[in-house]
Each structure stands twice: as structure tokens, then as C-alpha cells.
Design a protein around this ligand. Structure first.
Ligand SMILES: *Cc1c(COP(=O)(O)O)cnc(C)c1O
Length: 399
């Protein structure tokens, strides 16, 4: 049996196997764990070899802004998990989204974007992309008619995140993909919350899948990174942007994310299990007014989430009694949950969206977006679920 990464072209392997085994071509040293190629440049055999590599006549590493073997191993492994032809790694999740914009948008184009996307993405479109004469329309993720009506002849990109943060809205990927493709536009999905373990957007018509590797792919809150995933044809454009702009992933971070991928399958299942238990517990607590988690059977999009996802993810949001005062009391009464806006970590984190991630929105905008003063978001980690519940119960019982 061949032990090169090509062995994985021959047979359908399960995600758990691919996440651990693909992408690495062992070097002549026979290393077992993937090596970190912490080198900015690569040495050529001769002047002619350098000429051939720089002109693209032969493949080979020249400079780590262009290619790096550790980064490439991560890219190959992530692409396999998504069922995609190719992935390009970036220095952060935002760098991936920026690269997508640079690769596919030009002056005169129009974008339709879900209102319920990561806050910095709204800023990227409103403050920066729009400067280059690209128009952006924001619509409700779940309102299919709004998507249809927003599309124009010059629409080039439709962009969503599903499930959304912090309110767990669920977008119908195939329906939005069909609207995009009828117009000849691209459909891109930010899959940060599910990772390919729980959801493979390409199966539902996505042309591009975006990641912040900073979250679940790392899983232990250590490094910033991201990726764009898709076809060879589209990713060649993204590759051109990344190698020119220089927002490429560092080999050290790529190695951390490779190690993250190795445990992703088992971690995502454990996150889902803990989150489900927490959501169910919160739902029956007298001082909780509402719980946002698609794993609850009474969630309005439970059936759709179940059909697109293999699990409901690790993020649970809920509204407590007494508005901001109540929410802050619950947060300040915790003893080990980390008060930080990061998520996807084995450590549970807790945040008050109305005064942090969404703090710059006007009161009216917050109200329209459903960001209540009593809203708390927990990224449910992998501590014992009874301990997580107890840490929240302390403050909740006193409201
Ligand atoms: C964090 C996040 C991003 C941005 O990623 P960075 O790695 O912080 O740049 C994009 N999308 C979603 C859904 C995120 O949670």
C-alpha cells in the first residue's frame, strides 16, 4: 500500500480518518508527526531550476508567501474534509473573506449578504469593499423572497453564515445557491461554526466555503488563521490574491491547525453533546426567557438544520430576566467560564453581545437584529457539562 497522501484518492474514507491521515507526504527523514517547515524561502538546485520554478514550468517551493509544505499539508487535509478540490490557507478568517472579495469582485458589481454574519464582515463590506464601487445589499438570512428580490443583473456574490451567531438562525443553503446560480453569481458560505465535520456546504451548492481556523479548527484558542475552499478554477484566483497580498498562513500556525484537525471529529461531537444538554437545561430554568439553539426541537428551523448539519454545534445563546443587569450578574457570577468573545475553544466562553461584539450598533439596530440586553452567548467547551451548568446556575438562580 502506498503511504503517500495519494492513497486517499483511491477510496472513500470517513471524515475521522481523513482528518488524521490526509495531506502529509512523509519526507526522507521518516517523521511520523507532520514537520514544521519554518523557513521563509527554499533553495534551488541550480539557476536553471530556479528559472523553471519561478516561471511555473515545474512545481516547487521558492518562497513561503507562495507555497510552504506545512501550510500545503493543512490545505490538502481541509479540502478533503470539505469534499472540495482545493483549499488556500490565510493568516486569519477575515483575510480569507478579504481575499475572496479581492479575487471575485470588481467595480460595478453587487453583493447580497446575510445581515446575520460576523460583525467584521459587515464592516469589511460597508467601510472598505464599498469604497471600490461595489454595492452591497444586506438581507434576512431566512427570508428566501428577500434573497430573490435583492438579486440584480450585476450581482456577483451571495454570502451567508449558517447557523448564525449569536441567534442561531439557519439559512437554506440549496435555496440560496439556486438563486445565485440562476443569476450566474457565486454562492459563498462561512462554515466557521460547523466545520466540515458537521456541515459540508459544497454538497448544498456552495461554490466557496470560508473558515476562521481560529475557532473550532484550532480548538484550543492559540492561533489566528483561515481558509478559502472550493474548485481548482476558483481557488486559482484566490491563490493569486494571497501570494500577491501576502496574507498567507504562517507554517507554525498551519501545524497547530493540522493538530487541531486531528481531533476535530471527536471534539465537534463532544461540543454538540454538551451544548445540547446546556440548551435543554436552560430551557426549563424559570429565569431564562428564551434559548437560541437549533438542536432544540421547538427551534423554528430545527428540521432544516437537521437536514443540512450532522450536529447543531457548540454555541448556545439565551435571554435572561432583568435585561443587562441580569445578564451581567450571570456572567459575573461564573467562576471558570472565560469572559471573552472568542469561541470554539475546549474552554467554555461567555459573552454579552449587546455590549461587546454588537456594542457599536445603535439601540434601534440592536432591537431590529434581536440583540436583547438580556442576551448571553456561551461557546460551550469540553469541561464536564454538570460543572458548566453549575457555573451558570449560580447567577441564574438569583435573578
Ligand atoms: C471569528 C470569525 C470570523 C473571522 O475570523 P478571524 O480568524 O477572527 O479573522 C469570520 N466568521 C466567523 C463566523 C467568525 O466567527
Amino acid at each position: 500500500m502506498s503511504q503517500s497522501s495519494d492513497a486517499f484518492e483511491e477510496q472513500e474514507y470517513a471524515l475521522a480518518t481523513l482528518a488524521i491521515r490526509t495531506g502529509h507526504d512523509r519526507t526522507h527523514e521518516g517523521e511520523h508527526s507532520e514537520p514544521i517547515f519554518l523557513t521563509s524561502s527554499f533553495v534551488c538546485e541550480s539557476a536553471a531550476d530556479a528559472e523553471a520554478k519561478f516561471s511555473g514550468k515545474i512545481e516547487g517551493n521558492t518562497y513561503s508567501r507562495y507555497t510552504n509544505p506545512t501550510v500545503h499539508t493543512f490545505e490538502k487535509r481541509l479540502a478533503k474534509l470539505d469534499g472540495a478540490e482545493r483549499a488556500i490557507a490565510t493568516s486569519s478568517g477575515m483575510a480569507a473573506i478579504h481575499a475572496m472579495c479581492m479575487a471575485f469582485l470588481k467595480a460595478g458589481d453587487h453583493v447580497v449578504c446575510s445581515r446575520a454574519v460576523f460583525g467584521s464582515i459587515i464592516s469589511l463590506f460597508e467601510k472598505y469593499v464599498m469604497k471600490f464601487a461595489v454595492e452591497v445589499t444586506f438581507v434576512d438570512l431566512e427570508d428566501i423572497d428577500a434573497w430573490k428580490n435583492a438579486v440584480r443583473p450585476n450581482t456577483r456574490l451571495l454570502f451567508i453564515e449558517t447557523p448564525s451567531n449569536p441567534l442561531a438562525q439557519v439559512g437554506d443553503m440549496q435555496a440560496i445557491a439556486d438563486i445565485a446560480h440562476a443569476q450566474g453569481a457565486l454562492f459563498a458560505v462561512d462554515n466557521c461554526f460547523c466545520t466540515p465535520i458537521l456541515q459540508q456546504p459544497i454538497k448544498y451548492g456552495a461554490d466557496l466555503v470560508l473558515y476562521s481556523a481560529t475557532k473550532y479548527i484550532d480548538g484550543q484558542g492559540r492561533a489566528l488563521g483561515g481558509a478559502v475552499v472550493g474548485s481548482h478554477k476558483l481557488l486559482e484566483e484566490v491563490n493569486g490574491v494571497i501570494r500577491t497580498l501576502g496574507n498567507s498562513m504562517s507554517p507554525f500556525n498551519a501545524w497547530i491547525f493540522l493538530k487541531g484537525l486531528e481531533t476535530l471529529n471527536i471534539r465537534m461531537k463532544a461540543h454538540c453533546e454538551n451544548a445540547q444538554k446546556l440548551a435543554e437545561w436552560l430551557e426549563q430554568h424559570d429565569n431564562v426567557e428564551k434559548v437560541y439553539y437549533a438542536g432544540l426541537p421547538n427551534h423554528p428551523r430545527h428540521a432544516l438544520a437537521k437536514s443540512q448539519q450532522k450536529g447543531f454545534g457548540g454555541v448556545v445563546s439565551f435571554v435572561v430576566k432583568n435585561g443587562r443587569k441580569g445578564a451581567w450578574h450571570v456572567i459575573d457570577s461564573t467562576k471558570f467560564l472565560s469572559i471573552t468573545s472568542n469561541l470554539g475553544d475546549v474552554k467554555s466562553t461567555i459573552t454579552h453581545p449587546a455590549t461587546t461584539s454588537h456594542g457599536r450598533m445603535s439601540d434601534e439596530a440592536k432591537q431590529a437584529a434581536g440583540i436583547a440586553e438580556g442576551l448571553i452567548r456561551v461557546s460551550v467547551g469540553l469541561e464536564d457539562i454538570d460543572d458548566i451548568i453549575y457555573d451558570l446556575k449560580r447567577g441564574l438562580d438569583q435573578l
